[in-house]
Design a protein. Sequence first.
Length: 84
Amino acid sequence: METTELPVPVLRERMRARHITLGRFAVEAGVYPNDLSRLFRGTLQLGPRRMERIGAAVVRLGLDRDEAPPPPPAEPVVIRIRKL
């Protein structure tokens, strides 16, 4: 099994780029959002089982892959408003 390290700032940036909230990530990992937030800040140490679940959630959400965000649409989105 391959092990890689992913720094928290990089993980947060990937979450932001993919619109994944801390709450959704916590649900996927099976941990409390407050614990995950404290872990990201470096004020909480978690056991190996929880860290394993967090690592699995990173893979399931695709946060382990460094992908460029999708390009913007070719044509700008136009909203037409009709006045009654």
